[in-house]
Design a protein around this ligand. Structure first.
Ligand SMILES: [Zn+2]
Length: 304
C-alpha cells in the first residue's frame, strides 16, 4: 500500500509539473505567428488561413471539441475588406475565419477565453510586414497554452471552457461581432468571458496589469493581490470585448498594454517578456479556481 501511495505521488507530481506553463512553448507560438512568412496575418488572406490551421492543430492535439460553424474548428464569416486604414465602407467581400474549440467538463456553467490572432498585414507599399508579436500573437500563445493546461491537467475544473481565436480585429472587429451575433454555444450558461489582448509587455518593475470590466468579477481583486499585480483600468474603448456588452455575463479585457513601442513595424518577438506573460496566465488560472470556490456550478462526475 505504501509503495502504491509513493508511486501515485510520483506520477501525480510529474503530471502536475508537466502541465506547468512553459515559456519556451509560448515563445514558439509567437515566433510562428509573427514570422515574416505570415505577412502580418491580414484577415481574409492566405496567411490568415495558415495561422488558423496552426491554432486549430494545437487545440485539436489537446482533445478539444470543434465548435466552428462550417466544419471542425473553423467559424467562417463574410465581410467587406478595408481598402485603407480607417475605411468604414470596405471593398470586396471576403471570408474571415475564427477558430473555436470547447473543453466539455460536463458542467452547467461555461467560461469563454478569447484572443484575436489577425493583424495589419503588409505595409501599403508591400515592402514590409507588421509582425504583431505583442499584438496579439502573445494573447494567442497564452490561449493555446491555457487550453493545454486546462485540457491535460488532472484537475477537473468546475466549468466548461470555450476557446475562441478571433480574426477581423483590425477590420472593425468583424470576427468577434459575427460570433457574438451567432454563437455556437448557448450563451445563457456563460459565467464570464476573458478577452486577452497584448500579454507580452509586462513591466517587471511596475507589475501593472490593465483591465476593462474586472470589477464585475468579485474574486478578482484578491487574486490580483495574491499574484502581485497592480490593477489599472483601461479606458473604455472599442475592442473584441465590446461585441459582447449586451449579454448578461461579464466580459473582461486583460492586457499588459503597449510595450512602449509605438511603431507597429517594430512589434517583434525579441521585445516580449515571456516570464511576465506566464505570470498573467497564472493569474487567469487562479481566477478560475477562486471563482469555483465562491460561486459555482453543478458538474457530472466524470470528464471524458
Ligand atoms: Zn490587439
Amino acid at each position: 500500500m505504501r509503495f502504491f501511495l509513493f508511486f501515485f505521488s510520483i506520477v501525480f507530481s510529474i503530471s502536475v509539473c508537466a502541465q506547468q506553463i512553459n515559456v519556451a512553448k509560448l515563445k514558439a507560438h509567437v515566433n510562428f505567428l509573427s514570422n515574416k512568412k505570415l505577412k502580418g496575418r491580414l484577415t481574409g488572406s492566405q496567411q490568415e488561413l495558415t495561422a488558423a490551421n496552426y491554432i486549430a492543430k494545437n487545440l485539436k492535439s489537446f482533445g478539444l471539441i470543434p465548435k466552428g460553424n462550417i466544419s471542425s474548428y473553423y467559424y467562417s464569416y463574410k465581410f467587406k475588406q478595408a481598402r485603407f486604414a480607417g475605411d468604414t465602407v470596405g471593398g470586396k467581400l471576403v471570408s474571415g475565419i475564427n477558430v473555436v474549440a470547447y473543453l466539455d467538463n460536463h458542467c452547467d456553467s461555461t467560461i469563454i477565453i478569447s484572443a484575436h490572432y489577425d493583424h495589419l498585414g503588409l505595409t501599403t507599399d508591400q515592402t514590409s510586414y507588421y509582425p504583431g508579436a505583442n499584438d496579439n500573437a502573445s494573447g494567442v500563445a497564452a490561449l493555446i497554452e491555457l487550453a493545454r493546461h486546462f485540457s491535460l491537467n488532472k484537475r477537473k475544473e468546475k466549468f466548461n471552457i470555450l476557446f475562441i481565436c478571433f480574426s477581423g480585429h483590425e477590420q472593425d472587429f468583424v470576427g468577434s461581432k459575427s460570433f457574438s451575433e451567432k454563437p455556437t454555444i448557448d450563451f445563457s450558461f456563460v459565467k464570464f468571458h476573458l478577452n486577452l489582448d497584448k500579454l507580452g509587455s509586462l513591466d517587471n518593475a511596475r507589475n501593472n496589469l490593465f483591465f476593462e470590466g474586472l470589477d464585475k468579477i468579485s474574486v478578482a481583486e484578491n487574486v490580483l493581490n495574491e499574484v502581485g499585480f497592480k490593477k489599472n483600468d483601461l479606458p473604455i474603448s472599442t475592442s473584441d470585448a465590446s461585441a459582447f456588452k449586451n449579454y448578461s455575463f461579464p466580459t473582461v479585457l486583460i492586457s499588459t498594454g503597449n510595450n512602449g513601442e509605438n511603431n507597429p513595424l517594430k512589434d517583434e518577438v525579441k521585445k516580449l517578456n515571456f516570464e511576465g506573460e506566464k505570470k498573467v496566465m497564472i493569474f487567469i488560472t487562479k481566477l478560475i479556481e477562486k471563482q469555483e470556490e465562491v460561486s459555482c456550478c453543478t458538474c457530472q462526475k466524470n470528464r471524458e
